[in-house]
Design a protein around this ligand. Structure first.
Ligand code: ATP
Length: 155
């Protein structure tokens, strides 16, 4: 068996909805897995650039950087490569700027806007649920202040 390391980056793409927020999640493995959009950081690319690119490619939608959300780590085994990978994934909070989930990547089964609270219970991986909790803390903490993360002005 071989050993390898991978670094990816992804995003929590959000927009205001029904007095709260909704976030874009992707469906994988025939819909059994619900996850955040992400992908490998290319050579010469910053994790922020990767997060914006992967969100654009996987969801069909454009985001703009609001804040870093930290990273998650896990190990997985690839049978095809007979390799055990250590993986680190950086996540960023991204404000929705435009585009449609109908233009999502054919490699993902689907893209869905989901209320933040529902996504906190639906994401398949614990690490991604913790990232989403951080996003919620930032979004809710900023409520009522100027320069809100959703870009709306007060009053
Ligand atoms: P990327 O989206 O970064 O290009 P990938 O699609 O090639 O990566 P992963 O999403 O890392 O690969 O999935 C590889 C394996 O790791 C799969 O078995 C998947 O179920 C598992 N996995 C994916 N995300 C997590 C996570 N957050 N925690 C634990 N295991 C995960």
């Amino acid at each position: 068996m071989k050993y390898g390391k991978q670094v990816s980056a992804g995003g929590v793409l959000f927009r205001p909805a029904d007095g709260g927020y909704e976030v874009a999640v992707i469906r994988l493995s025939g819909g059994k897995v619900t996850a955040l959009p992400k992908g490998l950081v290319d050579r010469g690319e910053s994790p922020e650039e990767t997060a914006l690119r992967e969100v654009r490619e996987e969801t069909g939608m454009e985001g703009e950087l609001v804040a870093p959300l930290g990273y998650i780590r896990y190990y997985y085994y690839s049978k095809e490569e007979d390799t055990r990978y250590f993986k680190l994934v950086h996540f960023y909070l991204l404000r929705y700027r435009g585009g449609s989930e109908r233009d999502h990547d054919w490699e993902v089964e689907g893209v869905e806007w989901m209320p933040l609270k529902e996504a906190l219970q639906t994401l398949s991986y614990k690490g991604e649920r913790e990232i989403l909790e951080r996003a919620r803390d930032i979004l809710e903490g900023a409520e009522g202040e100027d320069g809100r993360p959703d870009g709306r002005k007060r009053g």
